[in-house]
Design a protein around this ligand. Sequence first.
Ligand SMILES: Cc1cc2nc3c(=O)[nH]c(=O)nc-3n(C[C@H](O)[C@H](O)[C@H](O)COP(=O)(O)OP(=O)(O)OC[C@H]3O[C@@H](n4cnc5c(N)ncnc54)[C@H](O)[C@@H]3O)c2cc1C
Length: 260
Amino acid sequence: MAEALALFETADEPAYLAGGHTLIPVMKNHLAAPDRLIDLRAIPELGGIARRADSLRIGAAVSHAKIAASPPVRAAIPALAALAGSIGDVQVRNMGTIGGSLAHNDPAADYPAAVLALGARVATDRRTLAAEDFFEGLFGTALEDGEIIRHVELPVPAAAGYAKFRNPASRYALVAAFVARAPDGAARVAITGAGSDGVFRWAEAEAALGAAFAAPALDGLTPSDAQMLDDIHAAADERAALCASMTARAVMRPGRASIF
Ligand SMILES: Cc1cc2nc3c(=O)[nH]c(=O)nc-3n(C[C@H](O)[C@H](O)[C@H](O)COP(=O)(O)OP(=O)(O)OC[C@H]3O[C@@H](n4cnc5c(N)ncnc54)[C@H](O)[C@@H]3O)c2cc1C
């Protein structure tokens, strides 16, 4: 870690490299031209998956494939393992990492929904951030220049489900919902792919599911079109309708991922 941080300090335009499955395409498109790439993948502190008393700790450099196949993840938060297994294709899952995905905060990425719905904490080389404080709009995070995500600490829920309606071309989420019920019965719902300001919590659905954790509790609820993305892939009202149906699907199949 110390070497990576020092290498960052002594270059003009450095960039950390993890799986490279976002950064390398960005460089190929001439949207970034770092003069030094600092490979994080072999740093021991960024590896590993550990089950703790009431949470899972996942190192930032752990690949999507390892999360999908991990026995502790499959036992504690099976919807998270299924989510990881739904990302991109085999190549993407073998190379891409949870830390890289969170640092990039693509508005259609999968992990931000799980991290926000589970109330996870993101630990860096200098502090620990609640999920609510980590994500800052489209492609924005609270990370400071040179800050490295070390791991993510995800509280183990009583139940959780994930439902994703994919863009058939890119396979990123057009709309996806991660729903979690905490051990005290509180429900959290996070939506990715749909929000004009990136991943967001859907408060009305959380209140309804807190009262009764079942799909009928969501009847008649739809988030406002005004907070939806509206682009060539889907109109705002289509995305709002998908928020409702994906959230209901996630509740109907706890422990699973429903991929459409
Ligand atoms: C064809 C294709 C399909 C895809 N489909 C999906 C999909 O369905 N769902 C989905 O969610 N994603 C998808 N992705 C994105 C994929 O999951 C990426 O791997 C991921 O977003 C970035 O992770 P990475 O490890 O590759 O990061 P990199 O590309 O190496 O880095 C991305 C950014 O994060 C920074 N970074 C990396 N690690 C850290 C760290 N520990 N601390 C601080 N900063 C860090 C880098 O400096 C860079 O700015 C797809 C990508 C491709 C190419």
